[in-house]
Design a protein around this ligand. Structure first.
Ligand SMILES: Nc1ncnc2c1ncn2[C@@H]1O[C@H](COP(=O)(O)OP(=O)(O)O)[C@@H](O)[C@H]1O
Ligand SMILES: [Mg+2]
Length: 456
């Protein structure tokens, strides 16, 4: 569960820790060197001072005085003549000092130089400064015990160790907190998607950040909402289908039972059988339309566009529907300039128009007229179907494209409607990337307008 935070944390820790170790090492080297350089140059300066005094007042007393001064301090002095014979020394000459005195140095600069700087393994660091008076020539050697320097570096090491441990500790804590903060939304999303995969779509994810992680959280939430919506929609749809199928089946069952009775006259029996035929027709329509919808829902559904004349197509359709309009006592008019062509799937286009015309016919009273009007403006073709029927109450308008939605259920059923017509229209319009608009006034009429844009 928390593996990702451990991974990220360890990775960052290794990186930052390595960086800190390098930096600490460099800093340590720098400080240690500058400390040692300081000591060495102080020793050179001290030797030079003795040399200056010697050159100014060269006598026994001065020599003794210099030796005495060094006895009191933590450095030692050895003064030799040119041949290397010791004139005076503030400390006992042991073999380590002797071996340093034996080092022959040529071309000595007047201001002296360091002859031993190995503080790590040697017992002394040492410098030399030449002196020259009218009487004598020789060298002033300065020695400093390295144990003090070693102590100093040891102390420095200890400080660095403490600082290093403290830094590593603080780094670890900061990284721990940071990696938790970074991975918490990831873990939450993981849990949420697990729930999704188990079919629990009612998840609630919060996203406070507006970075990529925040966007991911939002996308997952959107996905969950969408899935939840689809689930309820599917359940409702299935419930509606079974309800819609049950009604005609109840009729068929009931009327067939009645038609089986012995004492019925032929006419009565026929009327019952007629009802059964009618209900079967309705069921066939319902199943056909459901099949169409299922096909439209399927992603493999494609429309085969052709370039054809809108007017010719519309005229053919109205010719076909004219008898039913006549029967209903409704006039059907087509207003269409000849030269308008459209890129569309002709079969689907017909399906759209027929559905809308059938609605206009079904929901209009006798003596009214229905008009199909086509207009082209720039890159836009508008096809409107206007009727003078009973209209759709404004409360219902937002829902009429939903499956099985009918304003007047019993009236629609009586007319053979299934409540699927407009949802099929909507799917077909969407498949063409067109738009459909409705405007309606109760008892005045309804206008459906299809707006086709772009590639016409
Ligand atoms: N031209 C119209 N005039 C009045 N009401 C309409 C019109 N077109 C659709 N409707 C309303 O919208 C509902 C849904 O239409 P539709 O999806 O075609 O289903 P139906 O099978 O009932 O015709 C209809 O039941 C009807 O109440
Ligand atoms: Mg209809």
């Amino acid at each position: 569960m928390k593996k990702i935070s451990i991974k990220i944390g360890l990775l960052f820790f290794c990186l930052i820790f390595t960086m800190e170790v390098c930096l600490f090492f460099l800093l340590h080297q720098k400080i240690a060197h500058s400390r040692i350089d300081e000591q060495l140059s102080a020793l050179v300066t001290r030797g030079n001072n003795h040399r200056d005094v010697l050159e100014t007042y060269y006598n026994e007393e001065t020599i003794h005085h210099i030796a005495l001064m060094e006895v009191k301090s933590d450095t030692e002095v050895v003064i030799t003549n040119e041949e290397g014979k010791v004139i005076i020394s503030s400390a006992k000459i042991n073999h380590q000092i002797q071996s340093l005195l034996n080092l022959k140095t040529k071309n000595l600069p007047r201001n002296g130089k360091v002859i031993e700087d190995n503080w790590k393994s040697g017992p002394y660091i040492a410098t030399i400064a030449p002196f020259e008076t009218g009487v004598d020539k020789g060298y002033v050697y300065m020695f400093q015990d390295t144990s003090q320097l070693k102590q100093l570096i040891k102390q420095l090491n200890r400080h660095f160790l403490i600082a290093g441990i403290a830094t590593a500790f603080v780094t670890a804590i900061i990284i721990l907190i940071l990696s938790r903060i970074i991975t918490r939304p990831l873990i939450k999303m993981k849990e949420a998607t697990k729930k999704l995969s188990q079919g629990n779509f009612s998840i609630q994810l919060e996203s406070k950040s507006n970075d990529e992680l925040g966007e991911l959280v939002e996308s997952i939430q959107l996905l969950a909402n969408e899935l939840n919506h689809l689930k309820t929609e599917r359940n409702e749809f299935l419930a509606s289908i079974s309800h819609e199928l049950r009604t005609p089946l109840t009729y068929i069952k009931g009327y067939s039972e009645v038609a089986k009775r012995d004492h019925l006259g032929l006419e009565e029996r026929l009327s019952y059988l007629n009802v059964i035929t009618e209900e079967t027709t309705k069921m066939t329509t319902l199943v056909t339309e459901l099949m169409q919808l299922a096909q439209l829902d399927n992603n493999t559904f494609t429309i085969q566009k052709e370039f054809f004349s809108v007017c010719e197509s519309l005229k053919k359709i109205s010719q076909r529907l004219l008898p039913t309009f006549k029967q209903a006592g409704i006039k059907l008019l087509t207003v269409c300039p000849e030269n308008i062509h459209i890129h569309a799937d002709p079969v689907r286009f017909e399906q759209i128009v027929v559905n809308l015309l059938e609605n206009a016919r079904n929901y209009s009273p006798e003596g009214t007229s229905t008009t199909i009007e086509v207009a082209k403006k720039d890159a836009e073709i508008k096809i409107s179907i206007h009727d003078q029927g009973k209209g759709i109450p404004s409360n219902d308008v937002p829902f009429i494209f939903e499956r099985f939605y009918r304003v007047d259920k019993s009236r629609s059923r009586e007319l053979g409607g299934t409540g699927l017509g407009l949802s099929i229209v909507k799917e077909l319009v969407d498949a063409h990337h067109w738009e459909i608009e409705v405007s309606s006034k109760t008892n005045k009429g309804t206008t459906f307008t299809i707006i086709a844009r772009g590639e016409l």
